[in-house]
Ligand binder design. Structure first.
Ligand code: SF4
Length: 338
């Protein structure tokens, strides 16, 4: 039996006050991850503060020409919003590559950023796991690690971040709006999630009591020169072994700017600015894309069962950049790779 109290917040300020004053309190919205974690006894919050009634469900145009997406906008509403479909198809594609229709109806924009790793050991309280129980060890190192990280891992944890949406948000250079007991702030998407280091129990840079209120997209870019490729063990309702969000800005026949983010390979969406810079001013070619992939994957380290991910990621990056350059984005509702 797990006892916890439940309250429903009517305002953002009330919610922040309730959670920040209680170390055992957690926000709950769609609950698509947190409820599972409670059922598995991985998380035991003493108090849940329901934020589903807060006025954070709008998608609004920003003065900068982008979109501000309220934290409670369901993933499905976001993917099918006409402005997102038209101006940010990379994001729509990534969202539709994830979960199931039912889950996307319940899961929220803010919650997507906060979902926790799908490492098997993290969910099995009978095994050691530094993320769940700091100091107990890591069952995945030397264990079953097919889905685990090849980049940015540590001796404490080799978990990956499971989101598809976040990979697109990284490539789009979104900004996270946060409210907390000390006021409001914004966090560049790159700085929101963290690598495990020696504190793998901390997934991101939010402080206790802080709440995501919105995710802001900059003005649209990439036109049709983008793609989201997701490679997984089965064709639907599976987390990525490797995913790639790629977008190119072209200047005639040359690449002016590139953005590439990898999913399924690290504790956070993986970007390497030097790899993107390699493409600037160059004409698209398989050799060039191969060089970018090598730079992106520099230092990649397999853990045994997931060694294949290094070559899989290299090939996925080359394919994604090829599709982006040709203006033939992968359509996630059609599962075959073109
Ligand atoms: Fe836990 Fe991380 Fe090791 Fe998985 S990889 S068992 S989440 S410490």
């Amino acid at each position: 039996m797990m006892n916890f109290s439940y309250t429903r917040a009517e305002t953002v300020a009330d919610a922040i006050s309730a959670v920040s004053g209680d170390p055992g309190a957690r926000y709950i919205a769609g609950g698509t991850n947190l409820v599972d974690l409670m059922k598995y006894d991985v998380e035991r919050p003493g108090r849940l503060v329901d934020i589903t009634r807060l006025p954070l469900r709008d998608i609004e145009a920003t003065p900068a020409g982008g979109l501000r997406i309220g934290a409670l906008v369901p993933n499905s509403d976001l993917a099918y919003d006409p402005r997102v479909e038209r101006d940010y198809p990379l994001l729509a594609s990534a969202i539709l590559a994830g979960a199931s229709a039912q889950l996307r109806n319940a899961a929220t924009t803010g919650g997507n950023l906060l979902q926790r790793t799908r490492c098997y050991y993290f969910y099995d309280v009978g095994t050691p796991c530094n993320k769940r129980a700091p100091g107990t060890g890591c069952g995945a190192i030397g264990g079953v690690n097919r889905i685990h990280a090849i980049l940015g891992a540590s001796e404490s944890c080799i978990a990956t971040h499971p989101s598809d949406m976040c990979v697109a948000l990284a490539a789009l250079e979104a900004v996270v709006h946060v409210a907390g007991p000390e006021g409001e702030r914004t966090v560049a998407f790159e700085d929101f999630h963290r690598l495990p280091g020696d504190r793998p129990e901390i997934d991101n840079t939010l402080k206790h009591g802080e709440m995501i209120t919105a995710v802001e997209l900059p003005a649209p870019r990439f036109g049709t020169r983008h793609t989201y490729i997701k490679l997984r063990d089965r064709l639907s309702y599976a987390f990525a072994l490797v995913s790639v969000a790629a977008g190119l800005e072209m200047d005639g026949g040359s690449i002016r700017e590139a953005r590439i983010a990898l999913g399924g390979v690290a504790h956070k969406p993986w970007r390497v600015p030097e790899a993107e810079a390699l493409l600037g001013g160059q004409e698209p070619s398989r050799e060039l894309f191969g060089a970018a992939a090598e730079r992106l994957l520099q230092g990649a380290q397999g853990q045994g069962e997931n060694d294949f991910k290094i070559e899989l990621a290299r090939r996925a990056v080359i394919r994604a950049l090829g599709q982006a350059a040709a203006g033939t984005p992968q359509v996630q509702s059609v599962k075959s790779i073109n």
